[in-house]
Design a binder for this molecule. Structure first.
Ligand code: NAG
Ligand code: NAG
Ligand code: NAG
Ligand code: NAG
Ligand code: NAG
Ligand code: NAG
Length: 502
């Protein structure tokens, strides 16, 4: 006798139950009045929670255990065996040792626990094998499962700005299959294809959604987000992806030579400026006519706007004549890509046509020569000036003597001949005081004064005038006594010379 699992025959169980209770210990008529109740038709449980499956029996049956099976027919699995309970199992009896209550707990239910569970009473058959005696109508267990945190994946290779790149958001292990997906770039929502929901082997569902993103140059700091909504979730789950992981902005490479053209033997600085690149890993090498030379970084790559980097490197080259026309190249390998380069030609200005700057540039040796020549010239100029001065002062003396010449011609001859006469020869250095009146007074008082009339070039204009007469070699002759001098012409001055007499 094999009762159909889907036919519980619930209406019929009450009476045999009462009969069994009324007639205990009826072994001979095993099976009569035995009933088995599995009251739950459907149970929904959230993954991770505990599940309770209820099964009670009454009445008497032959020997044989009560078990819980998951599934029926081929592929059934024993979940619990009354006589063979595994204490380490997730499945435990709710009332251990009970003969009538075979309710079980299943801890930490997982999606794979989903299925229909049957409570089954076995009895030993004729050949000692277990035979199904009675079973419940089955409890359909549904495990509601939350989706796993969404994962966003991008392309394997980096991509440049303006490339359209697919991103995929996946989540799995959820139940039921109803799920909603939204995409955002930073905070702006994006359009995407309908999510693809597939059944996974664990009776749960997996979801995959793809969105195309067109990269921008300033996306180094952008992120895209996939947001998943599911009935099991109180708040949406999010997964995100930094676009810096897939963005590659190649540098612009610009070379500059300073100065250009350069003068011979001067140092020329070549600067290679790498602008707006991402990521930062870049290597620079310098070539002179294709042969590597050593450069120097002005700084490490530094972050400028929008997460992009900038770097400048520099190399100095001695502008020797034979290097005229050399090509200096800055070669840049960015992020393992094909090298980019920029070049500049070393130009040396022609020394003869080299421009004004060349002639004004005086080096140290030249400077010494200029100094020596300058000193010599200055000394010569001073000498010439001194000679001219001497000549001129002599001429001036020649000219100025006529003012005293009044008496000179006749007296110079007397000076030599009348040397013996002490009254005859007098040398005077005449210093005219401005106090003319006192002189006059003196002249008037002393009858022994001699008078010399000196013609001055300029008429004295007033009492403040001071006149010096240097009467070198003026020969004064003894003049006969004269009355007090009469007023003279305006241009005259009087000097009184005291002559000592022996
Ligand atoms: C359970 O499966 C075994 C074989 O795996 C089968 O022999 C047995 O009849 C099945 N039991 C039920 C109740 O379907
Ligand atoms: C479903 O997603 C899980 C991760 O969430 C993954 O391990 C599993 O392989 C996926 N199954 C299928 C059929 O895609
Ligand atoms: C440049 O330097 C070289 C070697 O140092 C020297 O022979 C040459 O004369 C220099 N030329 C000039 C214009 O200074
Ligand atoms: C300069 O920096 C670049 C990139 O970081 C590197 O490849 C290069 O070797 C550095 N050069 C020097 C001289 O440090
Ligand atoms: C520089 O780049 C050009 C292509 O842009 C290439 O043809 C040339 O060989 C490169 N030169 C060097 C020295 O790498
Ligand atoms: C260097 O080359 C340029 C052109 O190739 C030329 O005009 C200039 O005169 C040269 N300079 C020297 C110093 O030879």
């Amino acid at each position: 006798m094999e009762p159909h699992p889907r036919d519980p025959g619930r209406a019929a169980w009450a009476l045999p139950c009462l009969l069994l209770l009324a007639l205990p210990g009826v072994d001979a008529q095993a099976g009569q009045g035995f009933t088995l109740q599995q009251p739950q038709a459907k149970v929904t449980v959230t993954a991770g929670d505990n599940l309770t499956l209820i099964c009670t029996v009454s009445g008497i049956a032959g020997p044989g255990s009560v078990m819980w099976l998951k599934g029926w027919g081929s592929g059934n699995k024993t979940v619990y065996d009354q006589n063979n309970a595994d204490p380490s199992s997730r499945v435990t009896a709710a009332v251990p040792g009970s003969d009538t209550n075979f309710t079980i707990h299943i801890r930490n239910v997982q999606p794979e626990d989903m299925g229909t569970y049957y409570c089954v009473k076995f009895v030993k058959g004729a050949f000692g094998a277990d035979e199904v005696f009675k079973h419940g109508s089955g409890t359909e267990v549904t495990v509601q499962a939350k989706p796993s945190p969404p994962l966003v994946s991008g392309p394997e290779q980096r991509a440049r700005p303006n490339d359209s790149v697919p991103f995929t958001c996946t989540t799995g292990g959820f139940f039921p299959d109803k799920i909603d997906v939204k995409w955002f770039k930073n905070d702006n929502s994006m359009t995407a294809q309908q999510p693809q929901v597939t059944q996974s082997r664990m009776k749960t569902y997996n979801m995959s959604s793809t969105a195309q993103v067109t990269l921008q140059k300033d996306d180094a700091r952008s992120q895209i987000t996939c947001e998943v909504t599911h009935p099991t979730l109180r708040a949406p789950l999010r997964g995100s992806f930094q676009l810096s992981r897939v963005l590659r902005v190649p540098p612009s490479v610009k070379m500059r030579a300073e100065p250009s053209p350069a003068e011979v033997n001067k140092t020329v600085a070549f600067t290679c400026l790498l602008k707006e690149f991402y990521p930062a890993n870049v290597s620079i090498s310098w070539l002179e006519n294709g042969i590597e030379i050593k450069g120097q970084n002005l700084s490490g790559p530094r972050e400028v706007s929008r997460g992009l980097f900038e770097l400048s490197s520099r190399v100095e080259v001695q502008a020797t004549e034979e290097k005229n026309g050399s090509t200096i190249t800055c070669r840049v390998v960015h992020d393992g890509q094909a090298p980019a380069n920029d070049s500049a030609v070393l130009l040396i200005s022609n020394p003869t046509l080299g421009g004004l700057s060349n002639e004004f540039q005086i080096n140290k040796d030249d400077m010494l020569i200029y100094i020596v020549v300058g000193v010599v010239c200055t000394v010569l100029a001073l000498l010439v000036a001194a000679i001219l001065y001497l000549i001129r002062t002599k001429q001036i003396k020649g000219k100025s003597s006529p003012s005293a010449r009044l008496h000179e011609p006749e007296k110079s001859s007397e000076a030599t001949t009348q040397e013996s006469d002490p009254n005859n020869l007098t040398y005077a250095d005449l210093n005219f005081e401005k106090e003319r009146k006192s002189i006059r007074r003196m002249v008037e008082m002393s009858q022994q004064s001699e008078y010399a009339c000196i013609q001055s070039n300029q008429a004295p204009n007033g009492d403040d005038n001071l006149t010096y007469a240097d009467l070198d070699m003026v020969h004064l002759s003894k003049a006969p006594k004269r009355p007090a001098p009469r007023p003279e012409e305006a241009g005259s001055e009087y000097a009184s010379v005291q002559i000592t007499r022996k």
